[in-house]
Write a protein that binds this ligand. Structure first.
Ligand code: HEC
Length: 278
C-alpha cells in the first residue's frame, strides 16, 4: 500500500505545499530554525527536559492564591546558605527582602552580614564593605568569565527572574533540584564536571547536587529535609520574581466583583427603561 495519506495533494492557492503560502511557511520555518540556532528564541521553545515533570501543589498558583511567607523566608535562608555561593540576584536589593514580612531592622541586619565590592584600597587590592539595604544581591563572581571558569564552562544564571523564565517553571525547578543521584540510562556519557539529572536539558548539568537533609539551618524549627529545602527555595524564587503577584490577584478579584455588580445594575436599568414600551 502506498502511504498516500501522508502526501499533501492540494491545488488550492496558498495551501500548504503550494504557491506563496508554502513559500511563506517555509520562510517562517527557516527563520524560526535560524533564530533558534542563534539563541533568539525563549528557551521554552527549544529546550525541554526529556522526562515528564511531576506536578507539585504550590501556595502561590491559582487566582486566589497567596505566598506562604514563612516558606518564602525559609527559602531565602536556603538561597543565602546554598545558592548565593554561585548565583547572584542582581535585580533585587536587600531592602526588597523586607517584602517577605521582615522589619527594617531585620533587613538591616541581613544586609550588614553580607559584603559588597567597593573598588580598591590604598594598596590597589580589591576592597569590600558591609552591604546596606540599597545594595543589590550581586553575583559572587567578579565577572561572567570568572563564573564560567569556576563552573566547568557553564555560567550559573542570575536568579532574580529565573522562576518565571525557566522553561518548565517552578515544577521543573523543584524536580531538577531533587533529581540527582539516579543512574544515567545505559550508554550515556557523563563528562567531567557534569552531573546526570533527568530534568536537565539532555540529562546533563554542570550544577552539582546541593540539597541534602539537614544541609541548612532554619530559624523557625522546620525540619530541613532536602524536599523541604527545594519547596522553600523555589517558593522564595517565585516570590522574588513576582513580589506583587498577590496584589495583582486581589485587584483582579475586585475588578471582577465590580463588573458583576455593574452587570446587575445595567440589567435592572434596561428592564426599567423598556418597561413602558408596549
Ligand atoms: C556550586 C555552584 C552552584 C550552586 C551553589 C548553585 N548552583 Fe544552580 N547552577 C550552577 C551552574 C554552573 C548552573 C548552569 C548549569 C548548566 O548550564 O549546565 C546552574 C544552573 C541552575 C539552574 C538552571 C538549570 C538549567 O536547567 O539550566 C537552576 C534552576 C539553578 N541553578 C538553581 C539553583 C538553586 C535553587 C540553588 C540553591 C539551592 C543553586 N542553583 C545553587 C551552579 C550552582
Amino acid at each position: 500500500m502506498k502511504p498516500e495519506a501522508f502526501t499533501i495533494r492540494s491545488s488550492r492557492p496558498g495551501a500548504p505545499g503550494n504557491g506563496p503560502g508554502a513559500f511563506a511557511t517555509g520562510a517562517l520555518v527557516a527563520c524560526l530554525a535560524l533564530a533558534g540556532a542563534a539563541g533568539c528564541l525563549p528557551d521554552a521553545a527549544r529546550a525541554q527536559s526529556p522526562t515528564p515533570v511531576p506536578h507539585h501543589s504550590w501556595s502561590f498558583t491559582g487566582p486566589l492564591s497567596h505566598f506562604d511567607m514563612a516558606a518564602v523566608q525559609r527559602g531565602y535562608a536556603v538561597y543565602d546558605q546554598v545558592c548565593a555561593s554561585c548565583h547572584g540576584m542582581t535585580a533585587v536589593t536587600y531592602g526588597d527582602l523586607g517584602g517577605m514580612g521582615l522589619t527594617e531592622e531585620q533587613v538591616g541586619r541581613i544586609a550588614h552580614a553580607h559584603h559588597v565590592r567597593a573598588g580598591t584600597d590604598a594598596t590597589g587590592k580589591p576592597a569590600s564593605r558591609p552591604a546596606t539595604s540599597d545594595d543589590h544581591l550581586l553575583s559572587p563572581y567578579a565577572s561572567p568569565a570568572a563564573a564560567v571558569a569556576a563552573n566547568h564552562g557553564a555560567r550559573p544564571p542570575d536568579q532574580s527572574r529565573l522562576a518565571v523564565v525557566y522553561p518548565g517553571g517552578v515544577d521543573r525547578m523543584r524536580a531538577l533540584l531533587l533529581g540527582y543521584g539516579r543512574s544515567p540510562p545505559p550508554g550515556t556519557q557523563v563528562p567531567e564536571g557534569s552531573f546526570y539529572n533527568p530534568y536537565a536539558v539532555n540529562g546533563l548539568i554542570a550544577m552539582p547536587p546541593l540539597l541534602h537533609d539537614g544541609g541548612v539551618t532554619y530559624a523557625d524549627g522546620t525540619s530541613p529535609t532536602a524536599a523541604q529545602q527545594a519547596d522553600d527555595v523555589v517558593t522564595f524564587l517565585a516570590w522574588v520574581a513576582q513580589p506583587h503577584l498577590e496584589e495583582r490577584h486581589r485587584t483582579g478579584v475586585r475588578v471582577i466583583a465590580f463588573l458583576l455588580v455593574l452587570l446587575v445594575l445595567t440589567f435592572c436599568l434596561k428592564r426599567r427603561i423598556w418597561s413602558d414600551v408596549h
